[in-house]
Design a protein around this ligand. Structure first.
Ligand SMILES: Cc1ncc(COP(=O)(O)O)c(C=O)c1O
Length: 372
């Protein structure tokens, strides 16, 4: 049998090795090393923001962003229900309340049309999350935020190199965050970044990520922070990966185009939208949603694909259906049918940067086989 096709494999064949050796040769392996600042500056510049604050992953980037904005007990933050738990967790850990809305059945992004009806006097921010490769429609969201005086936290974890009407994703929020987990367009293994144009916010994030040490009296603390620092080793990978971001976006787009060529018109599944009026898909992952006429769900599809040697992952499970959040008394009686449906019928197939043409063809053929 031919080899298993993993759902993700990064490409680390640029200058990663050279820069890592520099870290080892110089002894700079902690967060004090020079690659950290270089990565922050170059990444922020690429996104079109003045400041970058590197952290240990995309989840804690959100924790830091929420606290830096001063969101706290009693505040509400509107976000999509179809997202990763990190979004709701950051809001809850700050003592605030996540308020969720449904997603669009075609782009899988938050349904911006549902935001206004959920705004209350307690609403402090909208957390916008771009899902799977296409950006959220930012113009109406930003105009609502302006009208109601709300902050925008932009979770661009999956969006390196993507744009909305030509402007970089991650440049729209008062504060925006990225992840560099190994399945992202650029990776540091584990890692994250906060970007902003506000110097005070950037400074606040730097302090929060570094235990809120006081510059003048190091071990005396006025506030509680975290150790969320990124190491020089991670940043060395980040600098090397960033050099190739355009190439990586091209690779992912050609992967998406090839899958679409092979799978378009296959009865029984919905494939990702290649483009919207604002952007061309960058295919963080190539998601599929089984039609309702299929008598099996995503779980069964993934089992069948696994038996054919194809790696898969399920879609996100909606926030309003999370046992841990329901136990806290959140989202009682809420239903968001689009997210509920795609969570049960959606999954993604191998989408890593190192995927070969042959692996794409085998994965697509396996999808067609289980749908026959
Ligand atoms: C939309 C979104 N936000 C946040 C995260 C969290 O990032 P990390 O895995 O680096 O903590 C992810 C991870 O995939 C994500 O997809």
């Amino acid at each position: 049998m031919s080899q298993f096709v993993p759902v993700n494999q990064p490409l680390l064949n640029g200058k990663e090795r050279e820069y890592l050796i520099q870290c080892i040769d110089t002894g700079w392996i902690s967060s004090e090393g020079p690659f950290v600042r270089q990565f922050e500056e170059q990444f922020a510049a690429r996104i079109g923001r003045s400041y970058g604050v590197a952290v240990s992953n995309g989840s804690v980037a959100l924790d830091t962003a929420v606290v830096a904005l001063g969101i706290g007990p009693g505040d509400e933050v509107i976000m999509p229900t179809f997202t990763i738990i990190s979004c709701a967790a950051a809001v809850i850990r700050a003592g605030a309340i996540p308020v969720v809305i449904d997603c669009d059945p075609v782009t899988w992004n938050m349904n911006v049309g549902q935001i206004e009806e959920r705004i209350t006097p307690r609403t402090k921010a909208i957390m916008v999350v771009h899902i799977f490769g296409l950006p959220v429609d930012m113009a109406p969201l930003l105009s609502l935020a302006r009208e109601y005086g709300l902050k925008v936290i932009e979770d661009a974890a999956e969006m390196h190199g993507q744009t909305y009407n030509g402007q970089s994703c991650g440049s729209f929020g008062d504060i925006s965050t990225f992840s560099f987990y190994s399945n992202k367009h650029i990776t540091t293994g584990e890692g994250g970044m906060i970007v902003t144009t506000d110097p005070a916010l950037a400074e606040k994030c730097r302090s929060l990520r570094n235990l809120c040490f006081k510059p003048e009296q190091r071990f005396v603390h006025e506030e509680l922070g975290w150790n969320f620092r990124m190491s020089n080793l991670q940043a060395a990978l980040g600098v090397a990966q960033l050099e190739r971001l355009d190439e990586f976006v091209r690779i992912k787009r050609s992967m998406g185009a090839r899958y679409t060529e092979l799978l378009a018109g296959t009865p029984g599944i919905q494939i990702p939208l290649a483009r919207t009026e604002f952007a061309e898909n960058i295919y963080w992952v190539y998601g599929l949603v089984l039609d309702d006429i299929k008598c099996f769900d995503a779980k069964e599809a993934m089992t069948r694909l696994g038996k054919l040697g194809i790696g898969t992952r399920p879609f996100f499970w909606p926030m309003h259906e999370q046992p841990v959040l329901r136990k806290m008394g959140l989202f009682s009686g809420e239903s968001h049918p689009v997210a509920e449906r795609i969570a049960r019928r959606g999954f993604y197939i191998p989408s890593g940067m190192a995927l070969t043409d042959e692996q794409i063809e085998r994965s697509a053929a396996a999808v067609q086989e289980i749908l026959r």
